[in-house]
Design a protein around this ligand. Structure first.
Ligand code: NCD
Length: 452
């Protein structure tokens, strides 16, 4: 039996599959009312543990347009979650007899991955904390593809709260894979997380370079701009002077809202500090042909004086959520052939064999829902070992690496690690933890010479 396809991360789709989804979405958008023969008798369940307007309603509209039905728990505080029911149990009950596909939004990073472990039907991640929002990204990429006819080689500004916006995270990975250039214009203090920049560099060969963004005018005036490009360094050197890479013109500005509901006390910011995009900022020559995008809801980060500007496509972008979600639902339900390929490969994932849950992110599902979670790490790179929580993707510092068969542990820089099979590796915070858990240091002076 083929394994179930879920959509948890944008990494789950190959580029060819994304393009096939865009083609289907374009067909659906042309004649939205002609497709009720595709999914009759199928039911989707929307399980939303967090507020939503567009994502939930566009998913429900998409399912109805495909001829299917919808059951919805729009406010999980009204469900048995308020009686202490776990996400894992909810998913086990709703997926199957009640519904053929689950659309889940949850405030904890990694929630959709956990749900997929327990679900007998496809799970779609409709936003998990500040982690990922892959279907919004498909909507965003689809918009770029419609507006510009391509994604490769576009210069896309990502602006605002790059740290906590899940839409930015999924979008940045996808843009890098499509070969687009990313210009990061973060709200000060809300830069793209380090682990993301490292991953973009190591897995997608994206080079971060300092940028001279003076041509972007007001848009970039209060920000340290970073240019992330899949171009080869030798090509870059042609355009880079002492002030960094010259950003001359851009194709899209993707603005995001400060994700205040996820900010911590340390993020304490005053409202007046937030970036704002208005007519004046968009008058810079470099932005002449740039479309203005936003996943919505917006607050003050895009002023309403831009609404009538033909470059503003944020409402069109939101309406495209319906055809793209029709393509996603139809494909995951097996009624369309857009996902005929194999799921894109993931890094190896290992359960943590000993020790406590090593994830340092307190809002990860592996902490907030620990009843049903076996902590797992994902091996992002084996030498030197770089591991991330398999649920929330946050990096986990590794101070020592053990081998489950020999019972020895090594320093992360040790060449000996090359001899250990990745699935025999055991990761520790430090040597003390390794010892406390019964592993012996491999770096001790040779016991043979000591004994003889
Ligand atoms: C986004 C989200 O929920 O992450 N909204 C959406 O799904 N369109 C963006 C946001 O809330 O800022």
């Amino acid at each position: 039996m083929p394994s179930i396809r879920h959509l948890i991360s944008i990494d789950d789709l190959s580029l060819a599959e994304m393009l096939a989804l865009f083609e289907r979405a374009r067909e659906f958008a042309g004649e939205p009312k002609n497709w009720s023969h595709l999914c009759p008798g199928r039911i989707s369940a929307t399980l939303f543990y967090e507020a939503s307007t567009r994502t939930r309603l566009s998913f429900e509209s998409a399912m109805l347009r495909l001829g299917g039905g919808v059951i919805t728990a729009a406010d999980m505080r009204m469900s048995s979650a308020s009686k202490g029911e776990s996400l894992a149990d909810t998913v086990r009950v709703v997926g199957g007899a009640y519904a053929d596909i689950l659309v889940l939004r949850h405030p904890s990073e990694g929630a959709a991955r956990l749900a997929a472990e327990f679900s007998s039907v496809p799970v779609i991640n409709a936003g998990d904390g500040s982690h990922e929002h892959p279907t919004q990204t498909l909507c965003d990429l689809y918009s770029l593809w419609i507006e510009h006819g391509r994604i490769e080689g576009l210069d896309v500004v990502l602006a605002g709260d790059l740290r906590y916006s899940r839409t930015i995270h999924s979008f940045a990975y996808a843009l890098a894979r499509f070969g687009a250039n990313i210009i990061c214009v973060p709200q000060s203090g809300f830069e793209m997380p380090e682990y993301m920049v490292r991953r973009l560099r190591e897995e997608f060969a994206v080079e971060p370079v300092r940028a001279n963004a003076s041509r972007l005018g007001e848009l970039a005036s209060a920000s340290d701009v970073v240019y992330l490009t899949p171009q080869k360094p030798h090509q870059l050197s042609l355009f880079t002077d002492a002030r960094g890479f010259n950003v001359e013109r851009v194709d899209a500005v993707y603005m995001t809202r400060p994700q205040t509901e996820r900010h911590t006390a340390q993020d304490g910011q005053t409202k007046t500090d937030y970036l704002q995009l208005g007519k004046r900022a968009m008058s810079a020559d470099s932005l002449r042909d740039a479309v203005v995008m936003h996943p919505l809801p917006r607050r003050e980060e895009i002023s309403s004086d831009l609404d009538a500007d033909p470059r503003s496509i944020y409402f069109k972008q939101a309406s495209r959520g319906v055809p793209i979600r029709m393509a996603i639902l139809g494909s995951l339900l097996g009624e369309l052939d857009a996902l005929s390929g194999r799921p894109a490969a993931r890094n190896p994932v290992f359960p943590v064999q000993v020790g406590d849950n090593p994830c340092l992110n307190p809002t990860c599902i592996a902490h907030t829902e620990d009843r049903h979670v076996t902590p797992k790490v994902e091996l992002a790179s084996a030498f030197p070992p770089r591991v991330a929580c398999a649920y929330c993707s946050n990096e986990i510092p590794v101070g020592a690496v053990g081998c489950s068969t020999t019972g020895h542990f090594h320093a992360p820089s040790s060449r000996e690690l090359r001899k250990i099979r990745p699935d025999h590796m055991v990761f520790f915070r430090d040597a003390a933890q390794a010892q406390a858990l019964g592993f012996a240091s491999a770096a001790r002076p040779s016991s043979v010479s000591e004994r003889s």
